[in-house]
Design a protein around this ligand. Structure first.
Ligand code: ATP
Ligand code: MG
Length: 270
């Protein structure tokens, strides 16, 4: 995308409506000058004011603007006028990982390991920059055209110089130290990674046909080393990436999609 100081709506051709969140709408758009396809998140100011959401949005923008990693959704720019704030975001063509998981029931070990490795890599990058996400869950993970995982939604993220006490995130994925309102640090994201890994492989939404999915002992070993109550004993991200299950199963490219599926998605998108 072109770089410039000031952006406005007139720099974009607006395409299809993608979806709606609590504070605004998301549209597919094309930057006129470069032809670059992006997602525009349009947030209406009266809604922000009603829910006193300014501080979250400001934090989300400040944090995400600083991050540049293949598995973190890029925030290219933002601008505002009287009635709205607009975020110019990387477009994640395959949408929410959550929906893909729902449709599939569970992932095979190659796919699950690839997502866990991508997520661990992205979190390691964020933690190194002093950012804890604190709200990692399937709804906040998007997929690009190649099926590469992108962390989105930094509304709950925090800079992590000291241990923190705020209760935030989504209860099912919260680490015990956050539920108990104790001080917490970057290890909260690692707990969530363990839950996701469990969910990717084991929870089947197909309740009418209960089956016990067979999961390798290496996968169980990784999950059991992440879902540890004592946060200081939880496996660190570097060890997750070195874990035998990841080494054996994860695709180094971060994409498990076959080339023919990428071409098909491109056609559908037009
Ligand atoms: P919340 O308001 O709690 O954040 P949300 O995450 O559903 O809710 P948005 O983030 O505004 O709301 O997103 C609305 C819809 O647009 C969701 O379905 C989301 O998956 C989709 N979406 C958001 N950003 C992108 C993007 N960059 N690329 C593709 N789809 C996106
Ligand atoms: Mg969101």
């Amino acid at each position: 995308m072109a770089t410039r100081e000031e952006w406005s709506m007139s720099d974009f051709e607006i395409g299809k409506y993608i979806g709606e969140g609590k504070f605004g709408k998301v549209y597919l758009a094309r930057e006129k000058q470069s032809g670059y396809v992006v997602a525009l998140k349009v947030i209406f100011k009266p809604k922000l004011e009603k829910y006193r959401f300014h501080p979250h949005l400001r934090r989300e923008i400040e944090i995400q603007r600083d991050l540049d990693h293949p598995n973190v959704l890029r925030l290219f720019a933002w601008f505002h006028d009287e009635e709205k704030v607009v975020l110019v975001l990387e477009y994640a063509a395959r949408g929410e990982l959550y929906k893909v998981l729902r449709a599939a029931g569970r992932f095979d070990e190659r796919t699950a390991a690839t997502y866990v490795a991508s997520l661990a890599g992205a979190l390691a990058y964020c933690h190194k920059k002093g950012i804890i996400h604190r709200d990692i869950k399937p709804e906040n993970l998007l997929l690009d055209l190649e099926g590469r995982l992108k962390i989105a939604d930094f509304g709950w993220a925090a800079r992590s110089n000291a241990k923190r006490h705020t209760l935030c995130g989504t209860i099912d994925y919260l680490a015990p130290e956050m539920v108990e309102k104790k001080a917490h640090d970057h290890a909260v994201d690692n707990w969530t990674l363990g839950i996701l890994c469990y969910e990717y492989l084991i929870v089947t939404v197909d309740w009418a046909f209960p089956s016990t999915p067979r999961v390798s002992s290496e996968a169980k070993d990784l999950i059991s080393k992440l879902l540890v109550k004592d946060s200081s004993k939880r496996l660190c991200l570097e060890d997750i990436m070195k874990h035998p299950w990841i080494q054996k199963n994860a695709e180094p490219s971060g994409s498990c999609i076959k080339h023919k599926d990428v071409t098909r998605a491109k056609v559908i998108d037009k």
